[in-house]
Design a protein around this ligand. Structure first.
Ligand SMILES: [Zn+2]
Length: 319
């Protein structure tokens, strides 16, 4: 017997076969081809599952459960994809039912960031933690919560939207429609926005000479001592720290797994982040807190999807 885990992103689709203990065996990678619409993507998922089983010399009756992570918002309890930004055509799609029918394997979806949190908790940097917060800061900000060692999804699967904690009321517009969310000011998108805003007014900065500076341009300039670039990273780090401090106050976590490309900015961002996290959380809530790097890197979501399938298979056996 075995399990299937799927990580469905806007650009890449990965399908893993794992044994009953969650150890990965075969992994099949395919482009998602999201632009070609919902049915095409679903057909690709089903074909990739069949290919994975073929390589494993397995078959649907020998797979206990299929777990699939995809961008939110999703409603795991209802098995519904609600409206992920980078999967056009997926609006209110009953994906659990569709995949269960098409593959013959009991299928269960969840938010990809939550599954990455589950992966880090079961097999990565957060093993053994009772209260764990996973935050990844790249183009956007994704997060997942484990409370008492279990995924916490909220009433409708939308818990853990850390990126939409408002840290700068009236600040830049966020893709959620509010202003000043931490994602709008501290993600890669937020950093690029700050650079594009300030660079034209700052002739002394290296960023002034770059058309549409990227977060990587900002990090490079900061390393070379550019004052504006360092200020932008300091601001982003400070806002990120406020959001983390809020989480610390709320959940008194043992571990925060903190990753994503923006963290590669290093000290100019991390130092102000730490400072403002401490300034916006109660000392007692931070006692014993460890902030660690992810251990599974890009595989956290896929491993989490397998672990989710394993959880569901266990529930099914106990029910
Ligand atoms: Zn927002």
């Amino acid at each position: 017997m075995g399990l299937i885990g799927i990580d469905l992103g806007g650009t890449q689709l990965r399908v893993a076969a794992a044994d009953d203990r969650g150890r990965l065996r075969t992994v099949v990678r395919e482009p998602t081809e999201a632009a070609r619409g919902r049915q095409h993507v679903i057909d690709r998922i089903v074909a990739a599952v069949a290919e994975t089983l073929r390589q494993e010399r397995s078959s649907p009756p020998r797979i206990r459960a299929l777990g699939i992570g995809l961008p939110g918002p999703v409603d795991p309890a209802a098995g519904l994809v609600i409206s992920p930004a980078n999967l056009p055509g997926f609006r209110n799609v009953p994906l659990n039912r569709i995949l269960t029918n098409a593959t013959g394997i009991p299928s269960f979806l969840h938010h990809d960031a939550h599954l990455a949190a589950l992966g880090e908790h079961r097999r990565g940097a957060g093993r053994g933690a009772s209260e764990l917060i996973y935050v990844t800061v790249s183009t956007g900000i994704g997060a997942g919560l484990l409370l008492r060692g279990e995924l916490y999804a909220g009433a409708h699967g939308i818990a853990g939207e850390v990126g939409h904690i408002v840290v700068q009321p009236g600040g830049p517009l966020c893709r959620c429609g509010n202003h000043g969310c931490v994602e709008a000011v501290a993600s890669g998108t937020g950093i690029a926005h700050a650079a594009r805003d300030a660079a034209p007014r700052t002739p002394g900065s290296a960023l002034h000479r770059i058309e549409n500076p990227t977060p990587e341009d900002v990090v490079r300039a900061a390393r070379a001592g550019d004052v504006l670039a360092n200020t932008i990273l300091e601001t982003a780090g400070t806002y990120l720290g406020i959001a983390l401090g809020t989480l610390v106050n709320l959940f008194n976590p043992q571990v925060i797994v903190l990753g994503g490309s923006v963290l590669k900015a290093g000290r100019p961002l991390l130092q102000p982040m730490r400072r403002s996290m401490n300034a916006s959380s109660w000392r007692a809530s931070r006692r014993g807190l460890r902030i660690v790097r992810p251990a599974l890197a890009g595989d956290a979501g896929l491993i989490g999807a397998v672990e989710f399938a394993r959880l569901r298979a266990r529930h099914a056996r106990e029910a």
